[in-house]
Design a protein around this ligand. Structure first.
Ligand code: PLP
Length: 437
């Protein structure tokens, strides 16, 4: 048992030191199980195999990763993940070595990074896991791989080509000259000697801007069409490539969430009739959710499983505001369509599966403190508000659970997360693989 667990195990949420990060385990589990069930359902409906790859960057923990794969939650757990740092992968493999289990068998490094410094690290990783996938989005990456040679144990590098979905975030658009040049380079004998094409990978980052699930669904279809187009292009260049062996990986939490829609799915028809490769859905944030996801209107507020716990430290009657110890360092400066830096949820209600009643939000933040202001909904945040009667200020010392804007960045601020059971008591402490070295 970790020192932290022996100290805090069994503590009621209201006794925890603040600011700290809370995970409501039943909600985390439910989010993981539901996403896997949706992917399995899509597979059943389309009658074609569909893979799943969990991005672990939101929590960066071993226990969270196993849940994302469905270990203990579904009959046949998955085994593929994406990591955002080499450290996440290394620590996870260390954890597996320690428990003598191999739940994760396939790791994809989620940055296009074939430069000598990183290739060295990827090479070490490739010697430790059954399958390592790497991103390539430049001809120079391929040159660098040729210079380096095959990876550990004389294995060829397994490559995902990163497709840009128009966000100009990473990757190349399929219609660009550079993309075609990259595909041509890929099939040259010197590259084929050291690397195999595993597939194409698209990430619809712009799906975070949608405001309804139908638009998210349209973007999912666009992602699928983009990677399918790429597969057709490479097949045209080299007819020997068996397109069905190519993995076409798509997703982001909003687009993956759009699989909640079950009827009249154009996507089912497309997957069944037009897809030339094997579809893979990838996503990460969905295990926790946050205000950015709530802004997409694809989820309910009570599905969120992660909260910052703060304490009310002071109150100001005339301006009807309070001060809490959750500021920039705990909440970050991320934003969404929700004003401010977080919505406050009563600690007694974070376990419930019904819409939250929100009386307070974090209106503004300084390094180590935030200001709580009465919440009048998204439309009217002005004070004094004539329409809504004033709520009594909270007592000093009272604890508040704050739903953050962006869980992935917020969780990165905390050295550990308190996991809460159904009695709002600490049942576990997860230690994330934070930072880089
Ligand atoms: C390469 C890649 N894949 C997948 C994801 C997961 O996206 P989400 O957290 O929206 O599910 C991300 C998120 O940053 C990403 O960068």
């Amino acid at each position: 048992m970790s020192d932290l667990l022996s100290t805090y195990g069994g503590y009621d949420v209201k006794r925890l030191p603040t600011p700290c990060f809370l995970i409501v385990e039943t909600k985390f589990d439910k989010n993981c199980r539901h996403m896997l069930e949706r992917v399995n359902e899509l597979e059943r409906e389309t009658n074609v195999p569909i893979k799943f790859r969990a991005h672990i960057k939101t929590h960066k923990t071993a226990k969270g990763t196993l849940k994302q794969l469905g270990v203990g939650l579904i009959e046949t757990p998955k085994d593929s993940i994406v990591v955002s740092t080499i450290k996440e992968a290394t620590e996870l493999l260390n954890y597996q070595d320690k428990i003598c289990k191999q739940y994760v068998k396939d790791i994809c490094f989620g940055l296009p990074a074939c430069v000598p410094e990183i290739i060295d690290q990827l090479n070490t990783l490739s010697g430790r896991v059954q399958n390592l996938r790497i991103f390539v989005d430049s001809v120079e990456h391929l040159d660098n791989l040729v210079k380096f040679g095959r990876s550990a144990n004389d294995r060829k590098w397994s490559i995902f080509i990163k497709v840009d979905m128009g966000t100009q975030r990473a990757g190349l658009p399929t219609e660009s000259a550079e993309f075609l040049e990259l595909l041509k380079k890929l099939i040259t004998p010197e590259v084929a000697e050291v690397a195999d094409l595993y597939g194409f990978y698209a990430h619809a980052g712009h799906s975070y801007n949608v405001t309804n699930i139908l638009d998210a669904h349209d973007l999912l279809l666009q992602e699928i069409k983009a990677v399918n187009e790429a597969a057709k292009m490479v097949r045209k260049l080299n007819p020997k490539i068996n397109a069905i062996d190519l993995t076409l990986s798509v997703g982001a939490t909003p687009t993956s969430n759009s699989l909640r829609i079950r009827d009249e799915l154009e996507i089912n028809e497309y997957i069944r009739d037009t897809l030339v490769g094997t579809l893979e859905i990838h996503c990460g944030n969905y295990c926790v959710y946050d205000l950015q996801q709530l802004s997409t209107n694809c989820i309910n507020d009570f599905e969120c499983s992660g909260y910052v716990l703060g304490t009310v430290l002071s109150s100001y009657k005339e301006r009807h505001e309070m001060l809490t110890n959750a500021g920039v360092m705990a909440l970050t400066r991320e934003s969404s369509k929700f004003k401010g830096n977080g919505l406050c949820i009563h600690t007694d209600t974070i376990l419930k599966d019904e819409s939250y009643k929100i009386d307070w939000f974090i209106d503004r933040i300084s390094q180590e403190h935030g200001i709580l202001k009465q919440y009048h909904g998204q439309e009217d945040q002005e004070f004094p508000n004539k329409k809504t009667p004033l709520k009594p200020l909270l007592n000093l010392g009272e604890k508040i659970a704050i739903l953050p804007q962006h869980a992935c960045i917020t969780m990165g601020q905390f050295p550990h997360y308190f996991v809460l059971d159904n009695d709002n008591k600490v049942s576990d402490v997860w230690i994330p693989f934070q930072k880089w070295q």
